[in-house]
Design a binder for this molecule. Structure first.
Ligand SMILES: *[C@@H]1O[C@H](CO)[C@@H](O)[C@H](O)[C@H]1NC(C)=O
Ligand SMILES: *[C@@H]1O[C@H](CO)[C@@H](O)[C@H](O)[C@H]1NC(C)=O
Ligand SMILES: *[C@@H]1O[C@H](CO)[C@@H](O)[C@H](O)[C@H]1NC(C)=O
Ligand SMILES: *[C@@H]1O[C@H](CO)[C@@H](O)[C@H](O)[C@H]1NC(C)=O
Ligand SMILES: *[C@@H]1O[C@H](CO)[C@@H](O)[C@H](O)[C@H]1NC(C)=O
Ligand SMILES: *[C@@H]1O[C@H](CO)[C@@H](O)[C@H](O)[C@H]1NC(C)=O
Ligand SMILES: *[C@@H]1O[C@H](CO)[C@@H](O)[C@H](O)[C@H]1NC(C)=O
Ligand SMILES: *[C@@H]1O[C@H](CO)[C@@H](O)[C@H](O)[C@H]1NC(C)=O
Ligand SMILES: *[C@@H]1O[C@H](CO)[C@@H](O)[C@H](O)[C@H]1NC(C)=O
Ligand SMILES: *[C@@H]1O[C@H](CO)[C@@H](O)[C@H](O)[C@H]1NC(C)=O
Length: 876
């Protein structure tokens, strides 16, 4: 066993601890048996000796990578002395050496890689392309793929950007990995090391642009000091071929410039913007351009002055045009205050096409309209935005989201590319012709555009894992690869990433693949089904379950759920008319219930809960079944991950295991909240009788309480029985206790409680006065971001004690105490829920649910109590 372990360690270059900083660029040593087969030239030639040149940087990267992967220390020179070299440069630089290459004509950023001859050629159309080629070569090598190749590759689209939603104060909107690497205290950070490291990651996936600040932009970014700071950011990223752009606040001429107006057609406003732009380009001569969110969710914009969106966009386009910059203009324009649910025909989904109606020929040629993948807002499933079919003269780019705003906020594993593929592979049939979103439209081919492509909201932070957790990085990696080639196989990409990130062990790759591919379907199953959207708290943090928050407000993410029926009627014949925004073939498909796919049924149609799906189930029974199935899938993740112990490094193993266990618990919160809510509103029972039927769960309110009182919870369905217990004051220790009447057996015992971000309650659970263990309510640290201070479905969580021997008549007691070490206790809330779950099959007969053992583990023997103590902690 010991030998096997050592062997594995040597083979796969397991570091004792890996913190994730190197992501997929670890350059771990290959196993000796593979290294022995590698023939590699003895030197690297960089055809550019300027240190800030991407070609120079590429050669350095090659040196570093080969040293790591093969343990070989190659010379780096700038002249070709013999043919046994790896030559890196542009095609032009190479041909001036009078050597021959078979490289075909390349598009901008494309490259040629030839490893078949003794001289390995890595030649880019430009310097950036050469750098991309080096990363490709190193990726193959690091994966132990020694196949000799000679091929050229070109990007599908010229715009392959990322957006950061970083605020000037260093916080990040919808960021889950700590503070900004760019901004602090309203200025740009002094130390640009992490910025350069981020650029390196982006270059390795062929991302060529970044917008560094939040679309809800702070005009202070345009101060003299900050414009100089942007110059430093650009200097750090330029060697990696990443161009920097910024988000603008439309009202800046007024708020920052002191003008009376920000009317885009006002002369003084135009002059102000041109002046700022000229100054910016002095600091950042290759600035990529601007990104503007206007007239959206309270942001100012051209409509304030009765100007068109095109007037607004062209203002910026004209300012950056002389410098070759572009103006990205977000299509996320809608009226968030005046939509009325009482009006059957009101529909936020209609907004983008309506607002851009008649403007297609009005935009300057360097305006790119940036369109979210679906018409609402990054939901777990949306149909493709119909705006892509309408922007035929105007350049467009798709906006994806890597930060998992509505998709579990990096606390849930969700591999996103399968969802992106439902959009990118969709054929919109514009004018009856093949119009696949990725391959034809975003590539610019369908409407003959030179500017088009991709933007993704990433939101990396200071955390060494970049996104807050290790497995989430597959989404960033895959994004770059897919923007380069949207027809690429999302499974192959995932496996490249897994090999680069975790090594070559077959079991590791297979397990990560299996979990990742189940993750989005599972998340959709336990959050929102049939196109009803992610049933989260849309007016707050977009994280936990809160289906009732979707309706009865002007935000327009309605489900229109009543006692009998659910869904948005978006038909032309009887509804909001949205389906008519698609080209005719697609419009016809969505217009009719018969031809609308089940997974978008409630997006397009309002139906009774008893409506029978193509699957043969009713809508309500599908809700129930999907939620139990999804939570069960989530509960399998920790076990799958645990099977990798010893095959990957301890640090990443442990950090990921913690999160997956958390997810398994939170998936139950989701499941129970949603099924209870719809069971309650529809009055239709689950045919499998699972909803609200918890024979193995003991509700806290039914236990003996000491210094606890029973109280409600909001939303009500966030606790089984709709109630929790809470300590009666903020300073007294308290406990709950119950006698177990279950047959003897071995159980997993889970305590469910609400973990609020202020303070850290301390809990200890006893069985017959013997401590089973203790824990603290400190998820805000362990998950790396702030949750909530509410007793709700965001803060609901649980801890599990495995393999506990329980006899009939045993007494379980849970005590809550306080941390007296600093910070000092000032307050505590208390509410908790406690789960126990059977480990033996003993109870499967008595439990009335026809679920497998793992679901039994989730829903069986459970106490429901809640405890939380609050102490002041620093808020980020
Ligand atoms: C070398 O790199 C610098 C910086 O990127 C660039 O300005 C210059 O044109 C490059 N020289 C050649 C020969 O490619
Ligand atoms: C190795 O690389 C070649 C050439 O790119 C590719 O066709 C092949 O699928 C790769 N093999 C594996 C196992 O990934
Ligand atoms: C933040 O900036 C302000 C004004 O520039 C300065 O007075 C203050 O000391 C700074 N705060 C910190 C914590 O650096
Ligand atoms: C800059 O930050 C990096 C970590 O990102 C750190 O290693 C380095 O020491 C810092 N440099 C200075 C001068 O503080
Ligand atoms: C915009 O137009 C509306 C009606 O067309 C008018 O009431 C309003 O005053 C105008 N606003 C401005 C700023 O011109
Ligand atoms: C595409 O646009 C270019 C100019 O941008 C033009 O020369 C070419 O004829 C157009 N091709 C088609 C098929 O419309
Ligand atoms: C990164 O986040 C993890 C939680 O995912 C946390 O444990 C760790 O302390 C954080 N590290 C840094 C450097 O922020
Ligand atoms: C048609 O729309 C009305 C609301 O205007 C709605 O009450 C009715 O259920 C819809 N009919 C069908 C068949 O969906
Ligand atoms: C999702 O739910 C459906 C319907 O119950 C089920 O068939 C499917 O296996 C589930 N998938 C996952 C990954 O949970
Ligand atoms: C407990 O502390 C919280 C937070 O400081 C406070 O909001 C709450 O009112 C306190 N509760 C009691 C019963 O004192």
């Amino acid at each position: 066993m010991r030998e096997v372990w050592l062997f594995t360690l040597l083979c796969f270059g397991l570091a004792v601890a890996e913190d994730g900083l190197n992501a997929w660029l670890r350059y771990a040593r290959l196993p000796d048996n593979i290294i022995r087969q590698v023939e590699i030239p003895s030197s690297i030639v960089s055809l550019n000796s300027t240190e800030t040149s991407p070609v120079y940087v590429a050669a350095q990267e090659l040196h570093k990578g080969i040293k790591g992967i093969l343990g070989r220390n190659l010379d780096v020179t700038h002249q070709i002395h013999n043919s046994r070299s790896i030559v890196v440069g542009t095609v032009d630089a190479f041909t001036t050496t009078s050597r021959k290459t078979d490289a075909p004509a390349l598009d901008e950023d494309g490259f040629w890689l030839n490893t078949k001859d003794s001289m390995i050629q890595i030649l880019g159309q430009n310097e950036r392309g050469a750098l991309y080629g080096v990363f490709e070569y190193l990726s193959k090598l690091a994966q132990g793929n020694l196949t000799k190749v000679a091929y050229a590759t070109n990007p599908s689209a010229s715009i392959r950007w990322v957006n950061q939603w970083d605020n000037m104060d260093g916080t990040i909107e919808r960021g889950y990995a700590g503070l900004s690497i760019f901004f602090k205290n309203n200025t740009i950070v002094a130390n640009t090391t992490r910025i350069a490291e981020y650029a390196r990651l982006l270059a390795s996936i062929r991302v060529n642009g970044i917008v560094v600040n939040n679309v809800n932009a702070n005009p202070i970014l345009l101060s003299e000091e900050n414009m100089a700071g942007l110059g430093r950011i650009a200097d750090a990223m330029r060697p990696w071929g990443v161009q920097v752009g910024i988000s603008l606040n439309f009202a800046s001429p007024q708020t920052l410039g002191g003008l009376k107006t920000f009317d885009p057609l006002d002369k003084s406003v135009v002059t102000w913007w041109h002046d700022r732009t000229d100054k910016l380009y002095k600091h950042v001569p290759d600035m990529a351009g601007y990104l503007v969110k206007a007239n959206s969710e309270g942001q100012p914009g051209p409509l304030t002055y009765n100007r068109t969106l095109a007037d607004g966009a062209n203002l910026f386009a004209k300012a950056v045009k002389p410098y070759g910059g572009i103006a990205m203009f977000r299509a996320f324009v809608y009226d968030s205050q005046n939509l009325r649910e009482a009006n059957w025909k009101d529909d936020r989904a209609n907004a983008a096409v309506e607002f851009f109606n008649g403007l297609d020929e009005k935009f300057d040629d360097n305006v790119v309209v940036q369109v979210k993948y679906g018409p609402i807002d990054f939901q777990v499933r949306e149909p493709v935005s119909p705006l892509f079919a309408h922007l035929q003269q105007t350049a467009s780019a798709i906006e994806l989201q890597i930060t998992q705003e509505y998709l579990g906020q990096q606390c849930h594993l969700v591999y996103l590319p399968p969802m992106w593929k439902t959009i990118l592979d969709f054929d919109m049939r514009v004018d009856g012709e093949k119009s696949v979103v990725g391959e034809n439209i975003l590539s610019g081919k369908r409407f003959n555009k030179t500017l088009s492509g991709y933007a993704a909201v990433v939101n990396v932070g200071q955390n060494t894992t970049w996104l807050g957790t290790h497995l989430a990085m597959s989404n960033l990696y895959a994004y770059g690869r897919i923007a380069w080639d949207p027809t690429i196989d999302e499974v192959a990409v995932l496996q490249d990433w897994a090999r680069l990130t975790y090594g070559l062990d077959r079991k590791v790759i297979d397990t990560i693949t299996e979990m990742s591919l189940q993750s989005w379907p599972a998340y959709e199953n336990y959050t929102g089904n049939l196109g009803v959207q992610t049933l989260t708290d849309i007016t707050y943090n977009h994280y936990g379950a809160n289906p009732q928050s979707m309706d009865n407000n002007p935000w327009g993410q309605w489900t229109r759920a009543d006692h009998n029926s659910i869904g948005m009627d978006r038909t032309v014949w009887n509804g909001t008319g949205y389906s008519g925004q698609y080209p005719s073939e697609i419009a016809a498909t969505y217009e009719s219930i018969e031809t609308t796919p089940d997974d978008l049924l409630l997006w397009f149609h309002h139906v009774p809960y008893t409506h029978v799906l193509k699957s043969g189930k009713t809508v309500i029974q599908h809700f129930y079944d999907a939620h139990y199935a999804g939570a069960e899938t989530a509960s399998s993740f920790p076990k799958k991950w645990a099977s990798l112990k010893g095959l990957i490094d301890e640090q990443r193993y442990e950090e990921m295991l913690f999160r997956l266990e958390y997810q398994a618990g939170h998936a139950i919160v989701w499941r129970d909240s949603i099924v209870q809510f719809y069971n309650n509103i529809s009055g239709i029972p689950d045919t499998s009788n699972r909803v609200g039927n918890h024979p193995w769960r003991i509700e806290a309110e039914d236990m003996t309480l000491h210094n606890y009182k029973v109280t409600g919870v909001n939303p009500f369905q966030a606790a089984s029985g709709y109630r929790v217990v809470q300590t009666s004051d903020n300073s007294t220790a308290a406990s709950v206790q119950t006698t177990l009447g279950y047959p003897a057996g071995v159980y997993d015992l889970a305590v469910a409680y609400y973990d609020l971000y202020e303070g850290e309650a301390k809990y200890e659970v006893f069985l017959n006065d013997k401590s089973l263990g203790s824990w603290a309510g400190d998820l805000e640290h362990k998950l790396g971001y702030t949750l909530t201070r509410g007793i709700d479905a965001h803060s609901a969580t649980r801890v599990t004690f495995k393999n506990v021997r329980i006899e009939k008549g045993d007494v379980v007691r849970i005590e809550t105490g306080v941390f007296l070490s600093p910070p000092l206790l000032v307050s505590h809330f208390i509410f908790f829920a406690l789960y126990l779950s059977a480990k033996t099959n003993l109870f499967l007969d008595t439990a009335d649910h026809h679920v497998s053992e793992s679901a039994e583990l989730l829903s069986s023997l459970s106490f429901h109590i809640g405890v939380h103590l609050l102490t002041p902690v620093n808020q980020s």
